[in-house]
Design a protein around this ligand. Sequence first.
Ligand SMILES: CSC[C@H]1O[C@@H](n2cnc3c(O)ncnc32)[C@H](O)[C@@H]1O
Ligand SMILES: [Zn+2]
Length: 432
Amino acid sequence: MTELLVAGGQVLRPDTTVERADVLVDQDSGDILAVDDPGELTGDDTLDASDGLVIPGLVNAHTHVAMTLLRGYADDKPLDAWLQEDIWPVEAELTPEDVRVGAELGLVEMIRSGTTALSDMYFHVDEIAAAVEESGLRAVLGHTAVTVAKDEAGARADMQASLDTALDLDGAADGRIKTTFQPHSLTTVGEEYLREFVPEAVEAGLPIHLHANETTDEVEPLVDEHGARPLEYADDVGLLGEDTFLAHCVHVDETEIDLLAETGTGAVHCPASNMKLASGMAPVQRLLDAGVTVALGTDGAASNNDLDMFDEMRDAAMVGKLAADDASAVPAGAVVEMATANGADLLGFESGRIEAGANADLAVLDLDAAHLTPAHDLVSHLAYAARGSDVCHTVCDGDVLMRDRDLTVFDERAVRDRASDRARALIDRAAE
Ligand SMILES: CSC[C@H]1O[C@@H](n2cnc3c(O)ncnc32)[C@H](O)[C@@H]1O
Ligand SMILES: [Zn+2]
């Protein structure tokens, strides 16, 4: 057995207290073996965390990782216009190799900023899976189906591809890859396709990930068409349940919040994307009060415009207070739980907590920085003051993916160069 000792750090424990401890990792199983007082444990290899804060690896529970290629390409528009006028026309030109390079760039950014698990919605998923396998990270992947503007054969083929991808890819990368069935949203997938394919996905035991209740432009036509709130309709077609998580949940009323809680459906809050696209403010404190499991996601880099989960924690706390008109709403400890344990729970990973038996997915922040001084409250710092660039070591599944800010996976310079070249060529193609 090869053992890694993460030594001398202050460690964020599952109850969101912080104590000085050593963390011993079994690199063969990829699990945490023990958390004990400093000096009590020994390992074959040591990661020095003596000036650091050791946290569970962050969980980005809703993203489109390959969209890094479109970072800064189209800004300052609302969701519908942004997708229809800018994003979808360019995405139609994306090749499998583009998606591979975009995913690699996003995964590099995640490792650098302490994210060790992601839940992704996109296409050319084999390329994303290959990038995830190479990265050493953990991911929930899937092919996202859209049926609007397709003929029946095309629509059914896309839904079937979502099912087949989820079934085929589950367990890849030695179990670091899991999958979800992914209807894109309640407006971009027709009711007949949801009624046909959702029961098949449920029958096959597949978890489900979709966008829901993101904008009023999406909610109002659904209410008009179905005479019910969008999540009542989602429940009627069988989408809600303990294995489903919904990205956004901005415009949810009390009935829908209760429905999420009763059915055990998760919500992934994407505060930066919701602010940038002016989609609205999600009622996060109300969701938490109702007992809904709320995780955090960046959404894609084209609507954020980065994949830094520290930004997301800060944004979630800030906009959560504004939405509740209450400075005590969505406090630091709550956003840290959303970005760690809650995300892991929704994605179905045994990570998100630093305790014996959990996956050894963790990040170490260098606390030796002006913006982290003084250290009254390190949970406060995580939520309000820390940045992705404070992360100095990242470990996933027991493997060190970044040590002293040097990546041990990917040739970062080459990934960035290829991504720049591919992004330029893509935009040129789309403009032709
Ligand atoms: C068909 S693959 C996934 C699809 O989702 C698009 N997308 C990116 N951000 C959002 C968002 O906030 N709401 C809805 N859809 C979004 C992405 O561009 C891909 O086309
Ligand atoms: Zn999204």
